[in-house]
Design a protein around this ligand. Sequence first.
Ligand code: CU
Ligand code: CU
Length: 288
Amino acid sequence: MAHTRKDQRDLTAAERRRFVAAVLELKRAGRYDEFVRTHIAYYKADGDGGLRTAHMAPSFLPWHRQYLLDFERALREVDPAVTVPYWDWTRDRSPAGQPWGEDFLGGNGRRGDLQVTTGPFAYGTGNWTVTVGVTEDRFLTRDFGRPKDPIELPTRDELAWATGETVYDVEPWNSTSPGGFRNRLEGWAPGRGNTRWRNHNRVHRWVGGLMLGGASVNDPVFWLHHAFVDLLWSRWQARNPGAGYLPAVPPPVGSAQHGRVVARDEPMPPWDVTPAQLADHRHLYRYG
Ligand code: CU
Ligand code: CU
């Protein structure tokens, strides 16, 4: 039976409490930090050599689909009623509203060291010490809107710039792909400020703090953000039934992207699963 992922704004207080409790239990058991490690290990950029699967690559969407599924499975081993909620950042844009409540993800970081001091993931609770990071900070940090150089959450119109694309991805299959749904949703673009970071990337920038880099998984909002990105892909698939994952076949020998990206029927590390096998999620979960 497929389970349902809900809009975080529709969760009851009890559902929020159970989600938080399951996340904290994974953290306590050391399993949460394993997820952080995996994300850091697969945080490869165009400039790095070798295969890119998680970012700056066509498999950005299926990679995070499988990653969320693994996390959700772990949560449901703790509490079978829990699913990963999604955060529609085109709609819930207030730093004072959910998902940033005391009873859910907690609020912004404080001035100075950007430490999150409210909610269940505040360092002071003793339940959320960052042990796997790219800096020495042991506490969760956030910097909503980046006040020093302000940016806004993406709007519905900015999102439409991505979702209106009818081709999944285009050459050269990286952060410089000039069109295609994947790169416009992932959000690499030339320019400065708001134009430099689009959609998915801009949300990481807007939350700030630990959400900026490979260790972004340390902020539980990562999962709610990526569940929404996955929902957007799902809706896009339904609207573009003929537009499958690209590239369909591996880039040829001699191409700069040969051996650098995963084609439709190739396994996508660290799993033995292909993008084609992840195209349809409806037997596993649905969006409510
Ligand atoms: Cu990622
Ligand atoms: Cu991300």
